[in-house]
Design a protein around this ligand. Structure first.
Ligand code: COS
Length: 389
């Protein structure tokens, strides 16, 4: 067991930190205030290879392992969770799924453009009536002579309004339940495909979030990712990687909270001494460091398992659950250290709290992560309806 990063991993992390400081931090507050999705920043993320970093170089990625990818996501997340959402969705949910499940033709068509940031992609799983119960989709795909006709609604979709391609999960045969689901690569300029922005979010204000309507959208047979019936597995395997990315981003939030709180506590004086001299302030900083370090170790563990190709659904859920809850707690503590100054956006900590809050909801709520962990421990699936004896 080795707790040290390699020289190459340290370089990846330091380079990403430098990029975040120079290119992301200076834009964050204005974008957040304006609720503006920064397409230019998304392109810059592509230029430096942060979109699709673990995708093979042959398809335009950087061929990094999951530890290296997690280190990048942590640094982007420290600066801005909205930018981190672009990295996570584009890389883990969209490009990763195409690389894992796509035909050679689908990979060649989409991956280079997604990895470079020329095109964005979104992940259309959630629906107005379907969140945690992901198998229970109402969107229908009906067979036509030349392919499929898709109709339905998708909700809370990151990047929906700026994407060129959407992964759309749809039911082909309701009687087959999750085994009837299929995933389609749908160009967003298809006839019948429309999106609408969702406004008024607590956080992630410069992340694009939308609703998608599909009204008899026609796609060819070659648009299907995997086979009929693979849809649920495509979604679950994508979420295994998406949850890792969210967790790594939350390590970045915890780190940002520690850094901001240490700096502020040394600069701000009360009763004639810096706040850092007060034991109760040190306790809050120590609590943040504890949560940051434990979250980071859990993310590394999940990353190592992914790099070794071993099962990691449970370990990824542990990392996601702990890191996301920790990010919320760290941000709350960081505001406490900053006092009134932490309640306005001159400092990053109030944004950290608003942005962290959604991470315990999306890509599986904390309760869903607990049920996945509990099921792995007991062998009992709490999602299976009770059968009365
Ligand atoms: N990777 C690949 N396949 C997986 C998988 C994974 N991580 N997890 C499950 N599967 C497969 C199973 O092997 C099973 O295959 P078979 O049909 O061949 O037996 C199938 O998928 C069904 O799995 P399972 O029985 O575990 O599904 P459940 O309905 O019991 O539980 C939960 C699924 C609740 C865990 C799932 O619906 C879930 O994660 N929900 C949350 C969804 C979510 O995160 N939504 C946010 C949307 S994205 S912002």
């Amino acid at each position: 067991m080795d707790f040290q990063l390699t020289d190459e991993q340290r370089l990846i992390s330091e380079t990403a930190r430098d990029f975040a400081d120079k290119e992301i931090f200076p834009r964050v507050r204005d974008n957040d205030r304006a609720c503006r999705f920064d397409r230019e920043l998304a392109s810059k993320l592509g230029e430096v290879g942060y979109l699709g970093a673990p995708v093979a170089e042959a398809y335009g990625g950087r061929g990094l392992d999951y530890i290296g990818y997690g280190l990048i996501v942590e640094q982007v997340g420290r600066a801005d969770s909205s930018a981190r959402t672009v990295v996570s969705v584009q890389t883990s949910l969209v490009a990763g799924s195409i690389e894992k499940w796509g035909t050679e033709e689908q990979k060649q068509k989409w991956l280079p453009r997604l990895c470079s940031g020329e095109a964005l992609g979104c992940f259309g799983l959630t629906e107005p009536d379907t969140g945690s119960d992901a198998a229970n989709l109402r969107t229908r795909a009906t067979k036509t002579d030349s392919g499929w006709s898709i109709s339905g609604q998708k909700m809370w979709i990151s990047l929906a309004n700026f994407s060129e391609v959407a992964l759309i999960f749809a039911q082909t045969d309701p009687e087959k339940k999750h085994r009837g689901l299929a995933c389609f690569l749908v160009p967003t300029d298809s006839e019948g495909f429309t999106t609408q922005e969702i406004h008024g979010k607590l956080g992630l204000r410069s992340s694009d979030t939308g609703e998608i309507s599909l009204d008899s959208v026609e796609v060819g047979d070659d648009a299907m990712l995997g086979e009929i019936g693979d849809g649920f597995k495509v979604a679950m395997s994508a979420l295994d990687n998406g949850r890792y990315s969210v967790a790594a981003g939350c390590v970045g939030i915890c780190e940002g909270c520690v850094e901001a709180s240490v700096a502020y506590s040394k600069e701000r004086k009360q009763f004639g001494v810096p706040l850092a001299r007060f034991q109760l302030v040190q306790e809050m900083i120590a609590d943040m460091i504890l949560k940051r370090d434990a979250s980071r170790m859990l993310v590394y563990r999940a990353g190592v398992l992914k790099d070794e190709g071993k099962p990691n659904t449970m370990e990824t859920s542990v990392a996601k659950l702990y890191a996301t809850e920790s990010a919320v707690e760290c941000a709350n503590l960081a505001i406490q250290v900053h006092g009134g100054a932490g309640y306005v956006d001159d400092y990053p900590v109030e944004r950290y709290l608003r942005d962290a809050r959604v991470t315990t909801l999306y890509e599986g709520t904390s309760q869903i992560q607990k049920l996945i962990i509990g099921r792995a421990a007991t062998g009992e699936n709490a999602m299976t309806p009770m059968v009365e004896s």
